[in-house]
Design a protein around this ligand. Structure first.
Ligand code: CP
Length: 315
């Protein structure tokens, strides 16, 4: 694997999930694979889980790790080709990415969307320019439209904890105080549509995701109907795709509560974190035995390690 930006970069998701679970059992089995190899983790936005889990995964594989918080510590980047750089931007991505590629064997990049211009965000301009100019394999640490390491960890978690061959997995929209990207739900939907699960998306009207990601999912505006007999409930807010990046009025009653959970088949509750308590998910749910959000975050290590292992094998 030379590029990990979406499920479409994965040859066989079942093999990758199995690899993640095997690495969880024996984390240091491939310490030699990453010897004298370096990964550079470049963050244009904040992170707790992605940063720490990817570092841990790389260290487990014997790699060296360098982290650059580009938004705080790097030069202000120019993305436009042909720009006359007489404003605030100091360095063009052409040089910045190419130079980073001189120091490392693999680059990880996190770059959120601006949520102002849908065409610009969905063209993945920032992420793709790094890929174009860095000259080394690239792993997405979350881009404008997808969060594949999160989705792989989610699928590893479902595979690990499922009690039925084909569980019912529900992605349910949740309220939030600010506009959030569609990257996590897009990506989760895209992976679930390829997994051996019955996948349902529940959302208020107006929060339809791009069909590019939801092809094969059952979509409903009725949360109670969706939750019936669910085995896993994935809770997540996202802003509207149309009108782009907007928070629509109302829908506070979409927060997942213990009462709503009673409709499910004692479902396990997932969230990518960070979570706004008592806005997206109630305390009683998050603090209950149904919540697997910390376990899920722990599995971020094995997702990253499975991907980095495949990349190292192809260097
Ligand atoms: N879920 C996730 O990506 O968390 P961070 O933003 O903290 O990395």
């Amino acid at each position: 694997m030379k590029l990990f930006t979406s499920v479409n970069d994965v040859q066989d998701i079942n093999t990758l999930v199995a690899e993640g679970l095997q690495l969880k059992k024996d984390p240091y089995a491939f310490q030699q694979l990453g010897k004298n190899k370096t990964i550079g983790l470049v963050f244009l936005n904040p992170s707790l889980r992605t940063r720490m889990s990817t570092q841990k995964a790389a260290l487990n594989l014997g790699m060296n790790v360098m982290v650059l918080n580009m938004d705080k510590e790097g030069w202000a980047l120019e993305m436009q080709d042909g720009a006359v750089m007489n404003g605030n931007s100091v360095e063009h991505v052409k040089e910045a990415a190419a130079v980073l590629g001189q120091y490392v064997d693999i680059i990880g990049i996190r770059s959120f969307p601006g949520l102002k211009d849908r065409d610009e965000d969905y063209s993945e301009q920032v992420f793709n320019k790094f890929v174009q100019y860095c000259g080394v394999p690239v792993v997405s640490l979350e881009s404008a439209t997808r969060h594949p390491l999160q989705s792989l960890a989610d699928l590893i978690t479902i595979e690990e904890l499922k009690t039925k061959d084909r569980p019912k997995v529900v992605l349910t929209w949740a309220p939030h105080v600010k506009a959030l990207p569609q990257a996590v739900p897009n990506s989760f939907a895209e992976w679930m549509c390829k997994a051996d699960v019955d996948f349902v998306i529940a959302q208020p009207k107006g929060y339809e995701l791009s069909t590019e990601f939801t092809n094969g999912a059952t979509i409903t505006y009725n949360q109670d109907e969706a939750l019936k007999d669910a085995d896993f409930v994935y809770v997540k807010n996202w802003s509207a795709y149309e009108p782009y990046g907007q928070v629509l009025p109302g829908n506070a009653d979409w927060m997942l509560t213990a009462d709503k959970l009673k409709i499910t088949d004692n479902a396990k509750v997932m969230h990518c974190l960070p979570v706004r308590r008592n806005v997206e998910l109630s305390d009683e749910v998050l603090d209950s035995d149904n919540s697997i959000v910390v376990h899920e975050a722990g599995n971020r290590v094995w997702a990253a390690q499975a991907v980095l292992k495949q990349m190292l094998e192809n260097l």
